[in-house]
Design a protein around this ligand. Structure first.
Ligand code: 13P
Length: 259
């Protein structure tokens, strides 16, 4: 199973979100890929199946929920608070995401860690809530350029995994996204060797921490149609988390088809 996830960040209004799906449905139907489990995934073994997940900004939840109704496409929130409800002005409730039909919550994106100073400990609390609600947590980890250049990549990733997953339930749904911070929105994609080595390390670390051998690990950071094919073949790359290229139905559908 490959997971092809779109992180729209703070882009698109509800109308633009609807138009995106109209166009995406046309593009995928034209190629025969369709948008229902039965059409698209029938007769395929697990390694050939694909799941499409969209993470819109919170003001687009409703239009995205409506647009994916009747398909096997899924959506989720880019963040949530560590409590499901209460006096927490401006926050996003994972409980409400679930009530609206969302299935996923993205946690620990580097923009949340850097711009909003989110700690691994805070991310761990949110992750525990997300899992307790039966939602899929997609945890992002990644090193900065200076951390990579000073040889600290593995150390940083291990600490992020250990601390952010300190309250995780090993029996519940979880997906990891490895996104090198220096490759996000820069056009600088990590090399095949870097992705191979790092995904292998993340996989081994998850095993060491007691998680399942089958826990999916996505790659994110300047993924485009042109680099999808070489990245998708790398062992332990179970899909992608795509920023910029996921905003355009043409490039997103191409990444989906080439994965
Ligand atoms: P880009 O694909 O624009 O580099 O963004 C990656 C990302 O941050 C996805 O979460």
């Amino acid at each position: 199973m490959k997971i092809i996830a779109a992180n729209w960040k703070l882009q698109k209004n509800p109308l633009e979100a609807r138009l995106f799906f109209t166009s995406l449905k046309e593009k995928l139907s034209a190629t025969g890929a369709g948008h229902s489990t039965n059409e698209k995934n029938s007769g395929k073994n697990n390694s050939q199946q694909k799941k499409l997940v969209i993470f819109p900004s919170s003001t687009c939840f409703e239009s995205v929920a409506q647009a994916v109704a009747g398909t096997d496409w899924e959506w989720g929130s880019q963040n949530c608070y560590s409590e499901g409800k209460g006096a927490f002005t401006g926050e996003i409730s994972a409980q409400v995401v679930k009530d609206m039909g969302g299935a996923w919550v993205l946690l620990g994106h580097s923009e949340r860690r850097t711009l909003f100073h989110e700690s691994n400990e805070f991310i761990a609390q949110k992750l525990a809530l997300v899992q307790s609600l039966g939602l899929q947590a997609l945890l992002c980890i990644g090193e900065t350029l200076s951390e990579r250049e000073s040889g600290k990549t593995n150390l940083v990733l291990k600490e992020q995994l250990q601390k952010s997953l300190s309250q995780a339930d090993q029996q519940k749904a979880l997906v990891i996204a490895y996104e090198p911070v220096w490759a996000i929105g820069t056009g600088k994609v990590a090399s095949v060797d870097q992705v191979k080595e790092t995904h292998q390390f993340v996989h081994a670390t998850l095993l060491e921490l007691g998680f399942s051998d089958r826990l999916p690990i996505l790659y994110g950071g300047s993924v485009k149609p042109e680099n999808t094919q070489e990245l998708t073949k790398i062992p332990h790359v179970d899909g992608f988390l795509i920023g910029g290229a996921s905003l355009d139905p043409e490039s997103y559908s191409q990444i989906y088809l080439r994965s």
